[in-house]
Design a protein around this ligand. Structure first.
Ligand code: GLP
Length: 242
């Protein structure tokens, strides 16, 4: 596990966007795993800026997002599809057919999970997966207790996650209680992983991720077993590390 300590959110976003841009430029076809939440927003803005400055093109990039709320469609501003369109896809030259998210309003959610997993397999491996970190150690929407051998599946969100994500909704009751998420095993099959964490409220989770035991009770700890993972943390998120 490589740890990159940076000063603040801006440096974290710059570090990550440089990696992503360099890797896209160095390959003919690049499969990029993406995350939502506040953490990767700066990274996405940097990618948009680089595209506008003609520094990078996304024509040969295929993306797979980690997760989506069940019950929220593309036209719902709280859906992850809407977030990704707004924060990245609408502003770059990616082929919309290549920008994948699970469909949270599929009529058969179980089938949707299977199809999403199969689509990743068909495309080949994810070259680089970007991850955020839930305060309770979740990655994607894999909550504490999720099996390390899990594949894309439907999951119940725990209270801590609903509480943390309620800041995006008008009322806490509006936060969906279920989601589709790539599984831990699906994530671990990515060739490379970059996890981003910024701010004091992530310090405890970062400490457990880096220094704690590997346990399904803290899903992100599984990353200790991945051969090529980089944790990019700012000073505040790193503040509790030994
Ligand atoms: C959500 C997402 C995760 C994300 C996490 C942290 O629950 N499903 O993929 O990493 O929140 O979000 P934030 O970056 O806003 O702290």
């Amino acid at each position: 596990m490589k740890i990159v300590k940076v000063k603040d959110y801006q440096e974290m976003s710059e570090w990550a966007s440089k990696q992503v841009i360099d890797k896209i430029k160095a390959s003919d076809q690049f499969v990029l795993g993406l995350a939502t939440g506040s953490t990767p927003e700066g990274l996405y803005q940097n990618l948009i800026d680089a595209y506008k400055e003609q520094e990078v093109s996304f024509k040969n990039v295929i993306t797979f997002n980690l997760d989506e709320y069940i019950g929220l469609g593309a036209d719902n501003p709280n859906s992850y599809r809407y977030f990704m369109d707004e924060k990245l896809f609408n502003h770059i030259d990616i082929d919309p057919k290549h920008a994948h998210l699970p469909n949270g309003v599929a009529t058969d959610i179980e089938q949707e999970c299977k199809d999403y997993e199969a689509l990743i397999k068909e495309t080949g491996e994810i070259d680089l997966q970007i991850l955020g970190l839930g305060v309770n150690g979740h990655i994607g929407f894999n909550e504490p207790g999720t099996s390390f051998s899990s594949r894309t599946q439907m999951t119940d969100l725990v209270e801590a996650t609903i509480e943390a994500n309620s800041r995006f909704f008008d009322h806490k009751e509006d936060v969906p209680t279920q989601a589709i998420t790539m599984g831990i095993k699906s994530i671990m099959e990515s060739n490379e992983i970059i996890l981003l964490a910024s701010g004091e409220n992530k310090a405890e989770a970062v400490k457990q991720l880096v220094e704690g035991e590997v346990t399904e009770d803290f899903p992100a700890s599984v990353l200790q077993k991945h051969p090529q993972v980089t944790i990019v943390i700012d000073e505040a998120a790193a503040s509790l590390l030994k």
